[in-house]
Design a protein around this ligand. Structure first.
Ligand code: SF4
Length: 389
């Protein structure tokens, strides 16, 4: 018997082709897509405007399933984190961050990560495997309809959308899992699926230069780059990929990308590491890097207070240092924000989206670990000001 197709694996064009193979017209694919991605339906019998014969056909050849949820926790600040099973003992994390006027979902694209950035706990876990399209888009599908259920919002386009923004900043380097990532992006943007604007979908990369160019051609969404250092020597030690694609190449790729991007700037993510990359001189070097007269990159900086984990041997910069660093960038006319840490009590803050994978049931222990971190790194761990001007 032929293998069943998970319809979450198919982008709009592939779903049209799939329906074509079943002898169905393209508009059937649109109906089917709306049922799946706008109503969260997984039962073909509930798709009442599809002909019964098509529903019967689908039942024998296809299914609709996101990866299984292993745990689901909501933090005191409303941040909600799901641990999602992707088979063979691997799990990834999906995090929802509610804010006043938007709800952002942070999704993962790989189980583990091969880039091995020094400050990232995912990197320490090593690379397990690439996620499939259904495992990537399935995180959005699962989260949107779980959030609607919690909020009592009806499924379908008339119900208020809970997730208004998506960031690919969870586990993994999305540009090293390119095809499934782009297929998932296309679904996020499609009007018969999630209908998100390109500006509201952000892909974050550690700097895979050739794939940044390819993304600009195939599916330009907002771009964030994990920069974390102001010169090559420093970045080689923090983001090993820099040895392959050094800063000059990365900056040139960012500038090329902006021709296609939905926003007229690139967001540079910069993890603030005490005594490593946080001096005034580093800030000035960053300004010179992005305002190089030969190659200027319109940009915004997002300073991320580091979430320490013991194996890293690194510490978070002091709040005063972060503010002073931000001020130097602001004085140079660069929009700079400091990321508020969210969900620390459930280990959902950036750079902590791993490590618990083999350890998924030990919530109590994790809470204790967080208290230990607070004892070690101060009571302000997890509480930080946001600088916006
Ligand atoms: S920061 Fe991103 S690219 Fe670097 S190791 Fe972590 S997940 Fe991978």
């Amino acid at each position: 018997m032929a293998e069943l197709t998970n319809l979450l694996d198919l982008d709009p064009a592939q779903l049209v082709a799939y329906c074509g193979e079943l002898g169905e017209k393209p508009f059937r694919a649109k109906q089917l897509q709306r049922w799946i991605h706008q109503f969260g339906a997984s039962d073909f019998d509930s798709m009442t405007d599809l002909a019964k014969s098509l529903r019967e056909k689908l039942k024998t050849r296809a299914f609709i399933a996101a990866p299984k949820v292993l745990s689901d926790h909501t933090s005191l600040d409303g941040t909600r984190k799901w641990l999602v099973d992707v088979g063979n003992g691997n799990a990834v994390e999906t995090v929802f961050i509610p804010e006043e006027n938007r709800g952002t979902l942070c999704i993962s694209t790989q189980a583990g990560c091969a880039v091995n950035c020094r400050f990232c706990s995912t990197g320490k876990q090593g690379f397990n495997r690439n996620l499939s399209v259904s495992e990537i888009i399935g995180q959005l599908w699962m989260a949107e309809f779980a959030l609607r259920e919690t909020a009592g919002v009806i499924p379908g386009p008339k119900g208020e959308r809970q997730i208004t923004n998506v960031v690919m900043m969870g586990m993994g380097e999305p540009l090293l899992n390119y095809e499934p990532t782009v297929t998932a992006l296309k679904l996020m943007l499609d009007d018969n699926a999630y209908g998100l604007s390109r500006r509201r979908v952000t892909l974050s990369t550690s700097g895979v230069v050739p794939m940044i160019d390819k993304l600009g051609q195939d599916c330009p969404v907002a771009l964030a780059v994990s920069l974390h250092a102001s010169n090559d020597a420093l970045r080689d030690g923090l983001v090993p990929l820099n040895k392959k694609y050094p800063l000059a190449d990365l900056m040139a790729a960012c500038q090329r990308y902006l021709e296609f991007a939905p926003r007229d700037f690139v967001t540079f993510e910069y993890c603030m590491l005490d005594g490593v990359n946080d001096t005034d001189a580093h800030a000035r070097e960053l300004i010179a890097l992005v305002k190089n007269p030969r190659l200027t990159v319109p940009c915004k900086f997002n300073l991320i207070p580091f979430n320490p984990f013991p194996e890293s041997g690194l510490l978070r910069s002091k709040n005063e240092r972060i503010k002073a660093f931000a001020q130097i960038l602001l004085d140079a006319g660069i929009v700079t924000t400091v990321r508020k840490t969210r969900g620390d009590d459930i280990d959902a803050a950036c750079g902590q989206l791993a490590g618990e994978v083999q350890d998924r049931t030990r919530v109590q222990e994790r809470m204790q670990k967080m208290s230990a971190y607070q004892e070690k790194f101060g009571k302000n761990f997890g509480v930080l000001v946001e600088v916006t001007s």
